[in-house]
Design a protein around this ligand. Structure first.
Ligand code: MCA
Ligand code: AMP
Length: 475
């Protein structure tokens, strides 16, 4: 159905403005997809094969996606910032038949076939719909990323629900600067546009710019809105003219929400989702938007809170992690366990009949969210743990006014450690991680907090990173 709807849009209809400013129509996108599909076919790729796409936003990335869609290959979007150590577990688990990348050297030690980002052109092919359309990896709390199989059916039901709740239409124009290797940008941004037949203006990356006339929608993370605020205050008219600003991937602070409202008259619409479920809850397009809550369950999605944890089931919820035993991550009665904790906020006097709104109050899972990007503390620790002179390390989230959280690393050295060498090794190891995962704060401590069973208590590490703290050197 998703593909049929994409194929049915009028060929002349403008679809996407490339990063070089050129508009492409739906007809042109389909043609490019067919050509890339043929080229993939010529390279031996068949429907159901996994094709990795390790590219930043741009037409090479779009072409690779379109080609896979046309052929029925399974897309494996890889974070373009990831280095070899971060890519290795994903590539080894997914074993892609082909990798589109602009940095093949990051795949040099991995068993796969990287090709330079040049999707190529050849004979048109059919557009077979295939059940599995993408495999997205999400940070496992153990430090090993987990594969989340995605189908068009999951996306379609969720995108239709969002369109109804947000009152989206084919006249919308989205400024699409979200990276297209996360669910947020790829599913909501790109495929949401494809499904509606609306338009998107593609940007290479986020920069706080005054939206040009014609843009109607902004989807972003809280960090973006904080960075945008001075511009909103200086040029309110350009933001007032928008139809909708949406925030997700991370909790939006009330101060930013209120300041944006004061400057533009728009209450940012907060919503909540996960790669495993696509979108779960949302505030309404029309109706009461409650700051600090993520609204109500979307049509087709059910939410319950059990022992404080948010649990979900519904049409857009995935059926299980790749390679995991059946039921892993789900309760015995079939609800997906989000690892987020929440509570229901009852109806207000403004609308006493309204259903409660969901408020996210924390996480039971150990995850750091840096600028909307999930970081597993265990993965960070694994990069530094075996440095000579280091006895043990612990990573946790440290509050940050711009990125919400940044990574903090607490280090315990061995008695004979050479302080300068340890520091140099920590700095050098950082190159193995993409920028947002790299510790912003490194402190040296005598021991790490552990419980009676010896398990690291990362929550107890956080207070050690106070704003006034000046990192200590190992003695
Ligand atoms: C930048 N870096 C990254 C990422 N982006 N590393 C890992 N993942 C990333 N996505 C690295 C760069 O390589 C660089 O490393 C360093 O961070 C700083 O880069 P820069 O671009 O200057 O960073 P920034 O301007 O501070 O960008 C931060 C940002 C941006 C604006 C918050 O990351 C962003 O747009 N984030 C949106 C993330 C997002 O879409 N999240 C959705 C996932 P070096 O120092 O080595 O050069 S959550 C999701 O999908 C769920 C379903 C949901 O609910 O939405
Ligand atoms: P991901 O694994 O990248 O799909 O990220 C999903 C996680 O992001 C969720 O489990 C939440 O912890 C977090 N998240 C997404 N949206 C929100 C939101 N609106 N408020 C707070 N956390 C959010």
């Amino acid at each position: 159905m998703f593909l049929e709807r994409f194929l049915a849009h009028d060929a002349d209809r403008p679809a996407l403005r490339d990063t070089d400013g050129r508009w492409l129509s739906y007809g042109e996108l389909r043609r490019r997809g067919e050509q890339v599909a043929a080229s993939l076919h010529n390279q031996g790729i068949r429907p159901g094969d996994i094709v990795a796409i390790h590219l930043e936003n741009g037409m090479d990335l779009i072409d690779a996606h379109l080609g896979c869609m046309a052929l029925g290959a399974v897309r494996l979007p890889l974070n373009a910032h990831y280095r070899e150590a971060e890519l290795a577990p994903i590539v080894s688990d997914a074993a892609p038949a082909l990798v589109y990348t602009a940095t093949p050297e990051r795949f040099a030690g991995l068993r796969c076939s990287p090709v330079q980002a040049e999707p190529g052109l050849a004979q048109p092919q059919l557009w077979p719909a295939h059940t599995l359309t993408a495999l997205l990896y999400t940070s496992g709390t153990t430090g090993r990323p987990k594969g989340v199989p995605q189908t068009f059916a999951m996306w379609e039901s969720n995108l239709d629900a969002l369109a109804a709740v947000w009152a989206l239409s084919d006249a919308d124009c989205l400024w699409l600067a979200l990276p297209l290797f996360h669910t947020h940008g790829l599913v909501l941004g790109l495929h949401g546009t494809f499904l509606r037949g609306s338009r998107a203006i593609l940007a290479e990356r986020f920069e706080p710019i005054v939206p040009e006339a014609g843009i109607t929608h902004l989807y972003g993370v809280p960090t973006w809105y904080r960075r945008w605020l001075p511009l909103m205050q200086a040029h309110p008219a350009a933001f007032q003219a928008l139809s909708l600003m949406v925030s997700g991937s991370d909790g939006l602070d009330a101060a930013t929400s209120d300041a944006v409202y004061a400057a533009t008259g728009h209450r940012i619409l907060e919503r909540y989702g996960m790669t495993e479920t696509v979108m779960i809850c949302s505030n309404p397009g029309a109706g009461e938007r409650r700051a600090g809550t993520v609204g109500q369950p979307l049509p087709g999605v059910e939410v319950r809170i059990t022992d404080g944890e948010i649990q979900v089931r519904g049409r857009s919820v995935f059926s299980g992690y790749r390679g995991a035993p059946p039921g892993h991550g789900f309760t015995a009665d079939g609800w997906f366990q989000t690892g987020d904790s929440g509570m229901w906020e009852p109806a207000t006097t403004a609308d006493p009949r309204s259903a409660p709104y969901l408020k996210i109050i924390g996480r039971t899972k150990e995850l750091i969210i840096v600028g909307g990007v999930n970081v597993s503390p265990a993965e960070v620790e694994s990069i530094y743990a075996d440095i000579p002179g280091i006895r043990e390390v612990g990573a946790c989230g440290v509050a940050d006014a711009d990125l919400s959280e940044v990574v903090g690393l607490a280090v315990v050295t061995t008695p004979d450690a050479n302080a300068a060498e340890v520091r140099a090794a920590i700095a050098e190891r950082g190159a193995r991680l993409s920028g947002l995962k790299r510790p912003r704060w490194v402190i040296f401590v005598a021991s790490l907090p552990r419980n009676a069973l010896g398990k690291l208590q990362r929550g107890a590490l956080r207070p050690l990173f106070t704003p006034s703290h000046s990192p200590e050197a190992p003695s």
